[in-house]
Design a protein around this ligand. Structure first.
Ligand code: UT7
Length: 338
């Protein structure tokens, strides 16, 4: 039986998302690489994805944030904290969260960006729930925004068909204690970092040693575009998705029967099926919405949450597990009552 009282109360009062208008079908990739709609659909579940035609990360994030604020009947002035998750910030500085703060006019908010790749939203929700334990903080805006097309190698068939762009936002308040976090499980396996990399290109300092051998690069194969050992990430994903959900259930004294719905990171339908099987949960209790979105990294969980709230798939009082995995490698799960 689940412990009734959440350990960290919070209330998800608003959600929203933004997807670029341009929707690119699988067949369009045949002009770029040697692939087929059949391969992409059967290996991943993806039929199409939304790709930016010039939208910046901050722009997509601000659009999603406005939708979440409207949903929560919240003004920008009420926001105490803005957390942004992204692996594709527009600038090294200022952070995306600061740009969104200015765009929304959220003058009172302090701002920080998190880079936890596809696990980002789970980490951000955990951080939000911790900030909300401070009596001075009552409203946190979480924005996930990713422009993955800016780090995609469109000549590499093994990665370019997988990713999509977009943003999603969640407005969180402290709430009345009936809803909130029951348990969180976060982790990283940095020694596996080389299976999913993208480097940052910078000018070389005139003081840098000419002999690079003195300071060998940790990930020598990394390029400014995403490089991925798909099978290794696949294996990692199935294991950590199932194990981290089991861990949050165990921590909160809950069983599978207490769980109304699981919203995992959306990377591949086959990962979702394999994780559901490992968990022993029927696939109709696991969200799968990859077909017209693709893999949007940290956006995928809050985007799914927004869709599920708006369609009535999840309701107030439901107990939900979210779980993510991705670059780092990182993983995380959270069990909460909506
Ligand atoms: O968000 C977190 C990060 N990402 C992920 O979670 C992704 C995890 N991994 C995956 O989803 C899967 O591993 C992929 C979808 C990336 C790949 O599927 P797979 O079943 O593991 O395929 P594979 O990499 O083992 O490749 C099988 C074959 C290869 O050809 P050969 O060597 O057997 O002749 C690939 O070259 O499929 C080929 N292939 C393609 N063929 C047509 C790879 N990409 C494509 C493509 N179209 N787009």
């Amino acid at each position: 039986m689940i412990n009734k009282e959440p350990i960290r109360p919070l209330s998800i009062d608003g959600t929203g998302h933004y997807l670029p208008q341009l929707e690119v079908g699988n067949d369009e990739f045949r002009q770029l690489v040697d692939t087929s709609d059949e391969w992409i659909r059967t290996r991943t579940g993806i039929r199409s994805r939304h790709l930016a035609e010039g939208e910046a990360v901050w722009y997509m994030g601000a659009q999603a944030a406005r939708a979440a604020l409207a949903d929560a009947c919240c003004t920008a002035e009420e926001i105490d904290v803005i957390l942004v998750t992204t692996v594709t910030p527009d600038y090294v500085t200022p952070s995306v969260s600061c740009v969104i703060q200015a765009e929304l006019g959220a003058r009172r908010a302090f701002c920080l960006d998190l880079n936890v790749a596809c696990s980002g939203f789970v980490y951000a929700l955990d951080l939000a729930s911790r900030y909300l334990q401070d009596p001075a903080i009552s409203t946190v805006l979480i924005v996930a925004a990713e422009l993955l097309s800016s780090i995609t190698d469109f000549t590499d068939r093994s990665t370019c068909v997988l990713f999509g762009d977009g943003a999603a936002a969640v407005l969180v308040r402290r709430g009345d204690g009936t809803s909130g976090i029951h348990a969180v499980e976060l982790g990283a396996e940095g020694e596996k970092g080389e299976v999913l990399t993208a480097s940052i290109e910078r000018p070389t300092s005139p003081f840098a040693a000419a002999d690079r051998g003195r300071f060998p690069l940790r990930f020598s194969a990394a390029r400014p575009t995403l490089q991925m050992a798909g099978r290794e990430v696949f294996r990692f994903a199935v294991t950590v998705l199932a194990d981290s959900v089991q861990a949050v259930l165990a921590k909160s004294g809950a069983g599978m029967e207490d769980l109304d719905y699981v919203i995992p990171h959306q990377a591949n339908d086959r990962i979702l099926e394999a994780a559901a099987k490992r968990l022993g949960i029927s696939s109709d209790r696991v969200y799968a919405g990859l077909d017209t979105i693709g893999n949007t990294s940290s956006v995928s969980i809050p985007l799914a949450l927004d869709r599920c709230r708006r369609s009535g798939r999840v309701r107030r009082g439901d107990t939900i597990a979210i779980c993510g995995f991705g670059g780092g490698l990182t993983y995380g799960a959270a069990l909460f009552t909506l």
